[in-house]
Ligand binder design. Sequence first.
Ligand SMILES: Nc1ncnc2c1ncn2[C@@H]1O[C@H](COP(=O)(O)OP(=O)(O)OP(=O)(O)O)[C@@H](O)[C@H]1O
Ligand SMILES: [Mg+2]
Length: 315
Amino acid sequence: MRNILYDFRSRLCPVFGIFLLAFIWVLPGHQTFGLTIQSTESLQQESGESAPSSPDQSVWLDIDGKPLPFQTDQEIRELLQTARVVSMQKIPVGVTHPKKVLLEKDGIRMHATFRDVKINKRRIKLASGKVKFNFRDDCIFECAAYVLAQLLGLDNVPPVVERKIKGKKGTLQAWVENSMLETERQKNKVEAPNKWRWSMQYQVMRLFDNLIYNEDRNQGNILIGLSDWKLWMIDHTRSFRTYDDLFNPTTIRFVERNSWEKLQELDQKTLEVRLKPFLRSREIKAILKRRDKLVEHVQTMIDKRGEGKVLFTLY
Ligand SMILES: Nc1ncnc2c1ncn2[C@@H]1O[C@H](COP(=O)(O)OP(=O)(O)OP(=O)(O)O)[C@@H](O)[C@H]1O
Ligand SMILES: [Mg+2]
């Protein structure tokens, strides 16, 4: 009897646990993964939307919420690089203590986030109790994440530059005004006006996070633009681990067409040229290995379910 009980605990319990977890994952409306197992079409019908996406109205705003006189990423980055730092204040959340910076140039005032975290440890015990090896928490990854997002045709990582402020080397990123955190949305149970679009933006983020091996995508690292419900991805300082494997591919069920094409086109030369200023060579190689695995994962879904049930158009 004792043997049978032991057998149940040691063998069947884990199996039962896996089934239970799998069941929780696919529960309709489950927010952790931001999607259900429905097809792209049925989600779209439920949201009452006939068009796949709503136009992107996001614009960069000054500190009073008025649109800046320019909007291209290049112009925003130029301002981040050259504007005078008027003041800096602590952001009361987070563990790496980024600062909210007030910038001023030619009468224009805008906010930005300054991050200067730089931790490089062979072994570290995090506040969560987890032990990590070859751990890097580095603000420079913000620049790498921005460039890689651009290479995938994504415009939802805020523009960022390297900058030295008060003698500290770090990164300065455009502040997304008129936004709320995903934390607040979930706490206040605010539903997206277009659930289909919201879920698909989550899907774009899942693909990106697997590519950059970002284990730190908590709700405090997702911002929502209030004017257009654009999902902004922030805080990538703990990404770009050197693991070859994908960290959570099962969260990817649908794939944005344009980024799918761009993902397949990514080549070593381009990555090396664009990312070398920010990443080590083994970090770049790991991106390519994970890219290959992502392509395999998506292709398998397409072969099983058909392109129309996997790919969607968002941009
Ligand atoms: N570009 C931005 N636009 C608007 N708000 C931002 C921006 N960057 C950071 N924030 C705000 O600052 C908070 C802390 O920033 P960030 O997530 O980078 O810090 P952190 O200490 O690394 O956090 P974590 O606890 O995730 O490690 C965010 O949750 C968000 O509220
Ligand atoms: Mg954070």
